[in-house]
Design a protein around this ligand. Structure first.
Ligand code: MG
Length: 142
């Protein structure tokens, strides 16, 4: 699944009223931050719990897929929002401190994870959620 194909599918789950709105771009940046935090949480718990590598890999594919969703939607919406918002320090952090490409490079090196694998898993998860009407709910395992 190419990035373009993925974006087409992912856009089906990026809906009004936030889509196309300035507040929507802020929402997406904060979503990207939270998903990167979930990646960190997987790695943190792997250290604490001695999680088997194949389980860590499975969880990373899921969370990196979420990272790719927010990253693709930010790109679709025209990039990072202007840094003139009350959340500026957070947005600045994202703009300067995080490279999704670097994350994927590391995931590939450590776990053999590919961007395509994450895209496919993410679209499968989103389609399942859409079919069950739980896209807008909370919790990673809904
Ligand atoms: Mg997640």
């Amino acid at each position: 699944m190419t990035h373009t194909d993925y974006t087409t599918e992912a856009l089906k789950t990026w809906t009004a009223p936030l889509r196309g709105a300035e507040e929507g771009r802020t929402y997406l940046v904060l979503g990207l931050l939270s998903e990167l935090g979930e990646v960190a949480d997987v790695l943190k718990k792997a250290i604490r719990n001695g999680t088997p590598k194949d389980e860590v890999r499975r969880r990373l594919v899921d969370e990196i897929g979420d990272v790719l969703w927010y990253s693709a939607m930010i790109q679709h919406e025209g990039g990072l929002p202007a840094i003139d918002h009350e959340l500026s320090p957070w947005l600045e952090y994202v703009a300067r401190g995080i490279s999704v490409a670097d994350l994927l490079t590391h995931a590939s090196f450590m776990y053999g994870i590919t961007a395509e694998e994450c895209r496919i898993a993410n679209i499968a998860k989103l389609r399942d959620r859409a079919a069950r009407g739980v896209i807008a709910g909370e919790g990673g395992s809904r």
